[in-house]
Design a protein around this ligand. Structure first.
Ligand code: DX5
Ligand code: ZN
Length: 234
């Protein structure tokens, strides 16, 4: 099958939430040769019932890694933290549409030079994201309720993934469609087949004895399902 040059780049973004935080730098170094994005999950104990990491961790990782830092802000007040994350080394930030003030958050990210991401929880409809498609670089469809790694993939989100991809294509927007939660070499097929092109995986990468093989397996399954081109280092 010949690759379609206009097809979106497929990539796996490993989530460090499932890595051993005592040796985080080593965990990231292990996958660095086979990915170009790293997914950083930020939780505030308010928007989600859990706490994770803040700008100091991003800054320490920045010293050691050249990966694109895809920073997922599961927090109620992103406006207070976008600049600190940018300064710490985040390349892109993703805010949740459920926290409101979306237009202002998008503008703030753009002004800060961040790549602009907008996330929606599994039960948030496409209609909530649609008005912002022209303002963002990426839409993140959560395939679990945010807060914890290791949950089961919610297949009911796939029609929304399809809606997002269709609207992005129809509108001629250059927007990535990311999925996050419960992804592995099996569940990625449905997501890729529905039009997602960025696949976040935590436990299916850092929870495995061979994270490099795990990344390759997820990417191969995604390619098979989408019939699209693979991007990033191989
Ligand atoms: C969930 C986080 C995810 C999580 C993914 O709140 O946003 O990024 O780390 O972990 P897995 O792949 O284990 O579901
Ligand atoms: Zn995430």
């Amino acid at each position: 099958m010949s690759a379609d040059p206009s097809a979106p780049v497929l990539r796996v973004a490993p989530s460090i939430l499932s890595a051993d935080f005592a040796v985080l730098g080593e965990a990231v170094a292990k996958v660095e040769p086979v990915v170009d994005w790293l997914h950083l999950d930020v939780m505030d104990g308010h928007f989600v019932p859990n706490l994770s990491l803040g700008p100091p961790v991003v800054s320490s990782l920045r010293e050691r890694s050249g990966l694109f830092f895809d920073t997922h802000l599961m927090i109620t007040d992103p406006d207070r933290y976008l600049e600190p994350f940018r300064d710490a080394g985040s390349d892109g930030c993703t805010v949740h549409v459920e926290v409101g003030n979306t237009e202002a958050h998008c503008a703030q990210m753009r002004d800060l030079g961040l790549r602009v991401g907008l996330a929606a929880n599994p039960d948030t409809p496409f209609a909530a994201i649609e008005p912002y498609l022209g303002l963002v670089d990426m839409v993140l469809c959560m395939t679990v309720f945010p807060g914890f790694a290791g949950q089961s993939f919610i297949v009911d989100v796939l029609p929304k993934v399809r809606q997002v991809r269709r609207a992005v294509s129809a509108g001629g927007f250059d927007v990535d469609v990311e999925v996050d939660g419960g992804l592995d070499e099996h569940t990625v097929s449905g997501a890729a087949g529905s039009g997602a092109n960025v696949f976040v995986a935590g436990s299916a990468v850092f929870g495995r004895s061979d994270p490099v093989a795990a990344v390759k397996g997820i990417l191969a399954a995604a390619r098979d399902a989408s019939g699209s081109v693979m991007g990033g280092p191989s």
